[in-house]
Design a protein around this ligand. Structure first.
Ligand SMILES: Cc1cc2nc3c(=O)[nH]c(=O)nc-3n(C[C@H](O)[C@H](O)[C@H](O)COP(=O)(O)O)c2cc1C
Length: 199
């Protein structure tokens, strides 16, 4: 990336870096990202989720719509997504507004998941207390028996979110901690403004 003359389109630039991370077979889970949200009571909260799609419409991830993160996103539909590809000495921070994707999009992705993950989505009341491992395993077995070899429909409480991106920051590690940083902000006319930042 040319930090002196930053590219006009940071989304394209993100996709280039993401492809480079995926090409490195030694980078584990290149699509793992920290999702930071604001809880209903205003406290920050963060956890890892997997990026499943990224284009000019935004960044898509999937989760449980009754989880703690879902409650946070309902109260404050804003988030930060943070990537760290250590081997490439790169960090990218994306910010924006989050909303649920359509049922049709969630259905399509859910249908593409392995059968065990589909059953697991039914079995887990994500973020709720559970008495023991055995409770979870029993629920899994019951649901697996209920659907047998038939199709497993998507639970209404499970689906995707899309974050429309309004700011992106690229960080490239350099010697002596004199790293390269550039931050982009989406303007009201749809163009991105870029600004180099002290590391
Ligand atoms: C590598 C990795 C990938 C994960 N991917 C997802 C994911 O795509 N969606 C998800 O809901 N949770 C995922 N999790 C679990 C979350 O980090 C988190 O524990 C869970 O979503 C509950 O978060 P919450 O209680 O803040 O809602 C992943 C965890 C790890 C370590």
């Amino acid at each position: 990336m040319d930090f002196e003359n930053p590219p006009v389109d940071p989304v394209e630039q993100f996709i280039r870096w993401f492809d480079e991370a995926k090409d490195r077979t030694t980078v584990p889970n290149p699509n793992a990202m920290t999702l930071a949200t604001v809880d209903p009571d205003g406290r920050p909260s963060a956890r890892i989720v997997l990026l499943k799609q990224l284009d000019h419409d935004g960044a898509v991830f999937f989760s449980n719509y009754q989880s703690d993160k879902a409650r946070a996103l309902q109260a404050h539909p804003i988030a930060t997504l943070l990537f760290h590809w250590d081997e490439l000495h790169r960090q990218v921070r994306l910010r924006g507004r989050v909303s649920r994707i359509s049922d049709a999009e969630s259905d399509a992705y859910f249908a593409s998941r392995p059968i065990g993950s589909r059953i697991g989505a039914w079995a887990s009341d994500q973020s709720q207390p559970v008495g023991s491992r055995a409770v979870l395993d029993r629920r899994y077995d019951e649901i697996a028996a209920r659907y047998g070899d038939g199709p497993v429909p998507r639970p209404r409480h499970w689906g995707g979110y899309r974050m429309t991106i309004d700011s992106i920051e690229f960080w490239q590690g350099r010697d002596n901690r004199l790293h390269d940083r550039v931050g982009y902000t989406l303007q009201s006319d749809g163009h991105w403004s870029a600004q180099r930042l002290f590391p």
